[in-house]
Design a protein around this ligand. Structure first.
Ligand SMILES: [Zn+2]
Length: 237
């Protein structure tokens, strides 16, 4: 292992960048967006299901009202029929048949309404069934994506931990003032605190340095920290 503090610093820089990238990936996992879309869809399905359920309950309630009305009419009709069989006063008979006609008409209308309701309930049931199918598929997909997210998170966490351990070990070999200077610059300049000087160009800034500055960097005494005049980063030759 190189003991040149600046070379060590570059390796610390690599570790820091790799930690930053892993944390960024962890934060921005595309699966998270996918999961959020699935959850929004699940909420839509649930709203729709609850509306259909209410519709269905209303119809079932109306159906049982009809059933009990029809039953009342039927027993009334039966009573009249048995009275009619006994015969009687002409006006009574006339009134009874008028009432029976009216009851029969009403009953028929109710039965028609009931048939219509049963058809509507059938349609609602079919739609509820298809919603339930989609919801259960969606639940499975959500579980798969959630599991995938957990898996990726723990992979990334393991990577972060490994890089952090490596970084701690490397940082032990750095003079405290160099490390704290690096950390301050890194915090200020988007994660990069130390840059290599490559063919006269600061790799932190990507501009060729004036030759006087190049000289200054190349001729620095061991242990001296040279900062890039352009971007302020620690220059490593
Ligand atoms: Zn620079």
């Amino acid at each position: 292992m190189s003991t040149d503090p600046l070379k060590l610093l570059l390796r610390v820089q690599e570790c820091d960048l790799s930690i930053d990238q892993l944390l960024y990936r962890r934060r921005e996992l595309p699966e998270r967006g996918e999961l959020a879309r699935m959850e929004a869809r699940a909420r839509e399905l649930e709203t729709r299901r609850s509306r259909l359920d209410t519709d269905r309950e209303d119809r079932a309630r109306r159906q049982s009202q009809i059933d009990s009305q029809v039953a009342t009419f039927a027993s009334r009709i039966e009573a009249i029929e048995s009275r009619l069989r006994q015969g009687g006063d002409y006006r009574d008979v006339q009134a009874m048949s008028t009432e029976m006609d009216s009851l029969t008409r009403h009953r028929r209308a109710l039965e028609d309404e009931e048939l219509e309701i049963m058809e509507q309930v059938e349609v609602l049931d079919a739609e509820l069934e298809s919603l339930a199918g989609e919801a259960s598929e969606l639940l499975k997909d959500r579980e798969t994506v959630s599991a995938r997210i957990k898996e990726l998170e723990s992979e990334l966490d393991a990577g972060v931990e490994a890089s952090r351990n490596e970084r701690s070990a490397l940082a032990l070999g750095l003079p405290a003032d160099l490390l704290s200077s690096y950390e301050r610059i890194r915090a200020r300049l988007g994660g990069i605190g130390a840059a290599r000087l490559v063919e006269g160009t600061c790799s932190g800034y990507h501009l060729k340095l004036p030759s006087s500055e190049r000289e200054r960097a190349l001729n620095a005494t061991p242990g001296e920290i040279v900062y890039c005049d352009q971007c302020g980063r620690i220059l490593v030759t």
